[in-house]
Design a protein around this ligand. Sequence first.
Ligand code: EPZ
Length: 421
Amino acid sequence: MKKIFVNGGKELVGEIDIQGSKNSSLPILAACVLVSGISCIHNCPDLSDVDAAIKILEHLGCRISRDNNTLYVDSRCISCYNIPHTLMREMRSSIVFLGSILSRKGRAKLSLPGGCEIGLRPIDLHLSSLKTLGVEVDESFGDIKCEKTKTVKDAVVSLSFPSVGATENIILASVFIPGQTTILNAAREPEINDLASFLNKCGCDVRIGSGGTVVIKGVLCAHGCEHTVMSDRIVALTYMSAVGAAGGNVLLKRVEPNTFLSVIPVFKEAGCKVIAQHDSVRIISEKRLNCVRDIRTMPYPGFPTDAQAPVMAMLCTAKGTSVIVENIFESRYKHVGELVRMGAKIKIEGKVAIVDGTDSLHCAAVTATDLRGGSALIVAALAADGKTAISGINHIERGYENICGCLGSIGADIECIECNE
Ligand code: EPZ
């Protein structure tokens, strides 16, 4: 089993190129299923979740080649419409293939993705929206069987919650429906814009309006295109949290600060200097941080739930008490127990986490149980005294490309080692 070892207390100084976005790459790879052609996708991060998406694409009939962070996806021949449990189980967000397979094959069969460490992750909004589009849905024996039984022109799908995945699935299921499909209260995450940009380059017609309205005008087919995936805003925020926690002066390059503007004030309130340019952010942390009194995770453009864990880790050693409210997922505090093992003083009251800043954290043997919670343990370990051992790093590898190499390049004493126990 691999573990990450971090010798904390080292200042972070230097520059990091931020990877392409996991949460944009995955829906774009799913979108390739409805493209009758060859697509070239640049800045695709090297992650286990991307590997899982590639396996699904190959199972469906795509031919894929890879040149570092560029993927060539030949989806001219899609031979089947089902995703078996073994592949669905590898990555629960594979549900986003549903809309794309329906558009290409008119039917789809997937196993229910199930929940994960951060919550039950229901897909009721996905399925009810597809029914509005004329899709018959049968959920039985742990499978979802869908079939387009009628064409619903000019449908209006109103989401009760701006679900990112449901918005992506509706868009992917609508691109070939004649007329115009409208989504109300759609998710406004930047990854949705990136997906629309990819689809429009493929000849689709997806218009992201203001206030969470998306209009999809049906086209006859989609051809291949060349696209560069947007920068990963959550990875950028994670590394900013690392600098905040450990101290230092780091330039993050190949980022899009306008995709995380709502979080920058949090770093400034904590006492970091943040200088945002068009495609870079410099963060400077020279003294013990101040607490941040009110962080509430919200749908975009609010504070992103994916940044909650690493920012919490940064605030564990701040002066004073920080208050965080997790409004998006019902059990996204699994990392708190592990941070407490490192000396953090955190109390959970339902959705609310109360973080009493301590002078310091100490090393411990800790376990990552989910992707962002795992990154939070690394952030905390960078600030802690002594050598922290982090297991469960398979969770971290789902979303962070070469995290040890990146942090090591700016001065962190961090390594990933194969261990027996
Ligand atoms: C996407 O998940 C991201 N994953 C998540 O990132 C991110 O945390 C989330 O959006 C919110 O921004 C990918 O893009 C691959 P949702 P998704 O549907 O689409 C409830 C990470 O760490 N809901 O917006 O699953 C749901 O239970 C991951 O990179 C329903 O109730 O998020 C949750 O409480 C974690 N019914 C809330 O909505 C539904 O049908 C937000 O879910 C769908 C969702």
